[in-house]
Design a protein around this ligand. Structure first.
Ligand SMILES: CC(C)(COP(=O)(O)OP(=O)(O)OC[C@H]1O[C@@H](n2cnc3c(N)ncnc32)[C@H](O)[C@@H]1OP(=O)(O)O)[C@@H](O)C(=O)NCCC(=O)NCCS
Length: 154
């Protein structure tokens, strides 16, 4: 299937949030469709990076990044996710490639956090050149460490 990546529009967000919030990772972090819709709407309003991936006209994933939130040395990938059932079709790779292309125009590094239990996502990032550079113990959930990953883009 052909994947298209484009900038998000306000009218994408409630549908996207409603579909994506069923991802087990987001369920574990207590996300709700209304809360995610509110966060993405606010991010768009602040001019933060928000890309969506489409397959056959359906929005099936997104990547949210903040251009200057990477510890003073780069950008920060706040969240990337597909809708449940759309994993492993290359959507994440297409989204991350486009985030990196845009970030590299202004920043040298892209940083992100990944849950210690999310081995699949760790493999996804490591395969794409991200290195684990640290950990923030119990930073968000009391029983989960957030691993810090970073990639030098240029
Ligand atoms: C992580 C994620 C964005 C990757 O996008 P994708 O379209 O599935 O990835 P691609 O098809 O480009 O690459 C496949 C790789 O993604 C990873 N992946 C696949 N399913 C996954 C899942 N349910 N959760 C986390 N990572 C997954 C694996 O490393 C996989 O490689 P493998 O084939 O060797 O298992 C997507 O799987 C997802 O939304 N996962 C749930 C939410 C999440 O973990 N987000 C990252 C937060 S840090």
């Amino acid at each position: 299937m052909t994947i298209a990546v484009r900038e998000a529009r306000p009218d994408d967000l409630i549908r996207l949030a409603t579909a994506v919030v069923a991802q087990p990772l987001l369920v574990r972090y207590g996300a709700t469709a209304a809360g995610l819709d509110r966060d993405l709407t606010a991010a768009l309003g602040r001019g933060e990076g928000l890309l969506v991936a489409e397959e056959q006209g359906e929005v099936v994933g997104f990547a949210w990044y903040q251009l200057r939130a990477g510890l003073g040395i780069g950008a920060y990938l706040k969240l990337i996710a597909t809708v449940p059932g759309a994993e492993s079709r290359g959507l994440g790779a297409a989204l991350l490639d486009e985030v990196e292309r845009r970030v590299a125009l202004e920043q040298r590094h892209l940083l992100l956090l990944v849950s210690d239990f999310n081995a699949d996502a760790q493999r996804f990032y490591e395969r794409r050149g991200y290195a684990r550079v640290g950990a923030l113990p119990r930073a968000v959930l009391p029983d989960v460490d957030e691993l810090v990953y970073s990639k030098r883009l240029r």
